[in-house]
Design a protein around this ligand. Sequence first.
Ligand code: MN
Length: 316
Amino acid sequence: MVQKIALEEHVLTPGLVDYWRPTMTEVPPAFVEQLYKQLTDFDALRLDSMDKAGIAKAVLSVSGPGVQAERDAGVATRKAREANDFLAEHIARHPDRYAGFAHVAVQDARAAARELERCVRELGFKGAMINGHTNGLYLDHTSLAPFWEAAEALGALVYIHPTDPLVPAPVLDGVPALRRATWEWGFETGSHALRLVFAGLFDRYPKAKVALGHMGETLPYLLWRFDSRAKLYNVKLAKAPSQYIKDNIVVTVSGVYAREPLMCAVDALGRDRVMFAADYPFENAEEAGHFLDDVAVPEDLRADIAFNNAAKLLGM
Ligand code: MN
């Protein structure tokens, strides 16, 4: 097995369980309880799964929505801080196996900037994972300037994780199998990332680093079309949209274990822009790991995707 660093590996901390359970109402109860057990375990269950998948290090993050669903900014800020402290304690018990992404409440952008700085400088976290929109607030909003200034100054990766859209798309009415991870989250999260590009966020923060899971939420496949339409609509950016996606966005393979989209992401963005993730426990970590062990790619590319790209980007 090739040694791996995994970037989208989820946990639940005590104060955030009540945001998570309502998102599981349509999942069979026995499976919810299995997920809960896996999400709240930081020892044998998780380490055994990592060993079987060849994951040397997992960068842990809170399973959505967390405080992205909290209406009270003060409560959100406090709960994010508590979650980060809890996560840091558990990372400290297995520091050779775990690292962390901060949980951040962007409801209060200045507090979010301070918390990100504390997590990176004091707790050794590698960046932040934001679970999509925060009650409809997307990360291109100008009120979030303090957060992006901090993220850029710290060199912190901001991983945008899927979430349910604020309003379910009518086109999926009556076809529940297309909701959420099948298709809905990809459109929601890819759109979120494209808002950052088209709103000029990366002109304002040229060193900002964003990560997307799920092989880039379809963006690598569509670069030509974004550039073509940006010209048609006279979009005012310093560079073509595709160039920001190549320069400022990295992607992980989470939940998409197939060669064709992997090669598309590598070809479209560059061989140093694609990284491994198992999306534990929502995907089977062994299946994810063995996909990368077995997929037909040159060995040096396999090692870069599995380990080297993340080690370099996150300083691990
Ligand atoms: Mn995930």
